[in-house]
Write a protein that binds this ligand. Sequence first.
Ligand code: SF4
Ligand code: SF4
Length: 597
Amino acid sequence: MGRGFEQRISTAFDLPLEDAGCEFCGHCADFCPVDAIGFRSGRYEVRPWKMSKGTTVCLQCPMGCGVTYEVHEGKVVTAHGYFPSPASGGALCKRGRFNYNFVNTPERLRGALVQSDAGQLDPVPVDEALDVAADRLRQVTEENGGAAVAVWGGDMLTNEEYYLLQKLARAGLQTQNVDSVAGPWQLPLYEGLASSVGLGAMTNPLSDIAQAKSLLVLGSNTLETHAIAAIRARKAVREGAVMIVAHPDRVGLTKNAQCHLAIQPESEGALVCGLLKVMVDEKLYDQGFVEAHTQDLEKLQRSLEKISLADVAEKTGLSEDALREAARLYASQKPACLIYGADKAREPANETFYRMCVALQALLGSVGVPGGGVMAMGTAGNGQGALQFGACPKYLPGFRSATQAASRKVASNLWGADVPGDPGLSWPSMFEAIEKGQIKALYLVGVDPYGLGLPERKVESALAKLQLLIVQDTAKNRAADFAHVVLPGAAYMEKEGTAVNCERRFQRLAPVMDPPGQAQTDFDLINGLLRRLNGSLALAGPAAAFAEAAQLVKDLGPVSYEAVDGLCWPIGDDGAGTERMELEGAEKPIKFYAARL
Ligand code: SF4
Ligand code: SF4
């Protein structure tokens, strides 16, 4: 704006940033060649050449963006997008860009704490705290059996940490009570998609969204919680795609959409059901694709005959005409891409919902093709890895049934320890079991149970009833007030390992800094417990854990820890990943199921 000495950087028409459509992502500061737009943090405080740089993967949401941190004296100073990242191509959202104070905070745990006889948490060396934790876990299992213990992991662990955590639970403590925070959202996503397309996650890579000609965006406030998908959707719209955003509120993406469906909260399932009905009734679907690649269309048709559009309208809060128009608009251009982001603040969708999403996309001939797909995204950074590497009461690593004798035998042969047959509990059920006195010991790894929308009194009442609570985290969270042992953990940028993002892509994490004081990675702390409980179960490090897990996780194919970086599972015998679900080579790989309102 302005001329001569009056010249300055501003928005078009000098609008305030909010009105100019700025999302405050900071991406422009990565590009500005003269630092006219730059980062304030560290400016005039740290000389650039005094900072070290390291690149890793952001685990604050399931996009898994590549991020380069600049670090000075054990603190993150700035975060920059990593341009070669196949997941994000250099983009970061405002959370990944600016939310790193959880690693810098003076509240970081630098040492371990153990409750004294007087009920105080006293500082002790980490080894001593691990001794106490292991002794007391052993005591609880000897007195009450393994089912009296539960293990619960957070969102930002590596695959190897989830693997080790479930191994500790199943082989070390003889309990199937192991879950991750993301589990209740990730499990139906896996089961719905696996049963209808044989692939329990997103069918296409995130980059495909930009090639879509028609978009339906549902679920989370995508720009806030699944930003890379939203950025790609906006790119598709700029290139001529039509976009429908279905959300109770006018969210960030709404202003780029041709159609905003202001649906009732939690009525996405009803909306998809209604769109299916209109498409089948009006024969808007791709008959050639359906005949060539799908089975059981009649099942879907029969179920839709029993559903009235008036009922759909009532559930969604939309008129029947609006539903018809939306279905016609969505079917008007292909490939069509359905984006659904799960939201931790809301009830998990069930597997029928995910099957209906697949059905919608299959009717439009938009599964397994570039620019199409079911972009179903979980709630958490490495929720996909948690499920795949066994931090789930229902599945052992590699989605093997946790209760079937044959799959338990495979795992127990590998570990040299029995795997219990009793079904385990998901974390919401763990609270009930604690209240009933069935669970007496709980090991929290990177979990703040107060941050999950549960009534505070319920959390407090459960934590207070425990005979043993071990809290392992980067900072002393509120659960630590009830803890008997507190262990100092590390943040994801201080860890080595792998993670899987929502597009099924494995990525390697590399530590950009050391954990402070005596803090250790979750891997080392869990391994420390394993060593004390049964030394033969401990592993040499993340590479050894990955290699052992690969014997259970068939989707990893023959690739090594070093070679897996960037590959999307399933990985074939030739070591090649699967970026996009393949239609060829499989006999009618897409299955329709009955729709449900
Ligand atoms: S790149 Fe991000 S911060 Fe910069 S103007 Fe655009 S939206 Fe705003
Ligand atoms: S989109 Fe997700 S993974 Fe990417 S920077 Fe933001 S929070 Fe991190």
